[in-house]
Design a protein around this ligand. Structure first.
Ligand SMILES: Cc1cc2nc3c(=O)[nH]c(=O)nc-3n(C[C@H](O)[C@H](O)[C@H](O)COP(=O)(O)OP(=O)(O)OC[C@H]3O[C@@H](n4cnc5c(N)ncnc54)[C@H](O)[C@@H]3O)c2cc1C
Length: 421
């Protein structure tokens, strides 16, 4: 949690002494209040509460890791709502007049522990620690594959007409015919129409141009809204490349990490994030072979690198060879000995429109969308620009939203049977 990060920053060697003192003042004594009536970006919020150095050394790399974003355009309240709330909790403590953040963090931790106790994990789930990274043994596709199978379409098998899944169907238009929605799709077998009582759309914001122009034209805020102050039109999805490479363990620097975790050759941790001030182009590297068993032979380390993002959109214009060269250079700057062999490249995927950015003005965009949605019962425009970008947030939102749709359909059934009677 945030207090864990604070402890790491205050006790470790991440910050200089002046940086530690400034962070300590913000954490334990207080800081300037938030500006009235003005949305803050992440850089402004962190600098005001904990100081410039915490921003540069701790938060800037974290923002690169989660959003591949620019902390000067990302909105604090939209992009990091849970941390932003800690300030409000801090000020809500009567005796904490100057909003010292530590006490808000502590109060939130107590609240969180209570929430988790009240809603414990199901007994059949595998053991896990909250906040730790996780995956499935055979990778994240396990989840969509299981959903597909449950809906009658085993993955890899021939497409079944009886299944409730359709692949490679691209929605182009949603219209209304009386109370019924009519969705038009481009499909491998030509144009197809589906008539339905409700629609939940989870396609990315950038794919929705024109789709809802007749039933919910206000959806255009997602791709048309101009925000001059940050020079954006619509929600920005910058490009990010994910590059998986492997090097022999013995080609890693033979140094013990100062935090006492162990030798770098064993990659004792979950990964590294690169502050932009360090001059490393790669945003961050997941130490995949340390995180997940069975991902590399015992004498190799497997690294998943992310490169690109809001502050480096040029990545989309590089060839695959050029991207690999940049990633290899970053690995050498941070982890490898100078004579390390070239990488074994296991995978490279450029996501041209990767992660939606929750930038300044995002709250207003979502408020406009939510207001408009009220005029179209049975239609929901969701997606990771609304649910939070973290995979668990997307899944949780989907799970909870399914209940809303179910209750809408059930209440409609009651209404229909009344009309019939
Ligand atoms: C490179 C990268 C690394 C990430 N790493 C992490 C991580 O380590 N941890 C984490 O928690 N999160 C991570 N995320 C974020 C997380 O993966 C996403 O936010 C999440 O998977 C989004 O889920 P979604 O269902 O909203 O969107 P998506 O999974 O993007 O699904 C949208 C679907 O809509 C489809 N679609 C597009 N247009 C149309 C159309 N016109 N009609 C019909 N369908 C359409 C697309 O084909 C796609 O299948 C990462 C994201 C990226 C890009």
């Amino acid at each position: 949690g945030p207090n864990g990060v604070m402890k790491f920053a205050l006790l470790g060697e991440l910050l200089s002494w002046p940086g530690k003192i400034r962070a300590g003042i913000g954490a334990f004594l207080g800081h300037a209040p938030p500006p009235e009536g003005k949305e803050e970006n992440i850089r402004e919020w962190i600098t005001r509460t904990l100081g410039e150095e915490v921003f540069l050394r701790c938060v800037d790399p974290f923002v690169s890791g989660v959003y591949a974003g620019n902390p000067e355009t990302l909105s604090m309240i939209s992009a990091l709502p849970k941390i932003n709330r800690i300030e409000r909790i801090s000020y809500s403590l009567d005796w904490n007049k100057f909003g010292a953040i530590f006490y808000g963090g502590l109060a939130r931790q107590v609240e969180l522990t209570k929430e988790r106790k009240a809603d414990p994990p199901e007994p059949e789930w595998v053991e896990f620690e909250y906040g730790n990274p996780g995956s499935f043994r055979k990778g994240l596709s396990t989840l969509p594959n299981a959903i597909s199978e449950a809906l009658g379409q085993p993955v890899g098998g021939p497409e079944k007409d009886s299944s409730k899944i359709r692949l490679s169907w691209k929605v182009t238009k949603v219209e209304k015919d009386g109370d019924i929605y009519v969705a038009t799709f481009d499909t491998p077998n030509g144009e197809q129409r589906v008539r339905t009582k409700s629609v939940v759309c989870t396609a990315p914001a950038h794919a929705l141009r024109g789709v809802f122009s007749s039933v919910l034209p206000q959806t255009s805020v997602l791709f048309d809204k101009v925000r001059k102050d940050i020079n954006r039109v619509g929600i920005y999805h910058p490009p990010v490349a994910a590059v998986t490479v492997a090097y022999p363990k013995k080609s890693f620097k033979d140094v013990d990490l100062p935090n006492g975790f162990g030798n770098l050759q064993d990659l004792p941790g979950f990964g590294s994030l690169n502050p932009r001030t360090e001059g490393v182009r790669t945003l961050g590297t997941l130490w995949s072979s340390s995180l997940f068993p069975g991902r590399a032979p015992p004498d190799y380390n497997l690294l998943l690198n992310y490169i690109g993002g809001s502050r480096d959109p040029e990545i989309a214009n590089l060839s695959e060879e050029e991207i690999i060269t940049e990633v290899d250079k970053g690995c050498r700057q941070v982890l490898l000995k100078p004579d390390a062999p070239p990488p074994k490249v296991i995978g490279l995927k450029l996501w041209p429109t990767a992660i939606p950015q929750y930038e300044m003005g995002h709250t207003e965009i979502l408020a406009e969308l939510e207001e408009a949605e009220k005029t179209a019962p049975g239609l929901w425009i969701c997606g990771n620009y609304r649910t939070g970008v973290a995979f668990p947030d997307c899944v949780t939102y989907g799970y909870e939203h399914a209940k809303i749709v179910q209750s809408y359909l059930e209440s409609n059934k009651v209404a229909e049977s009344r009309v019939a009677a």
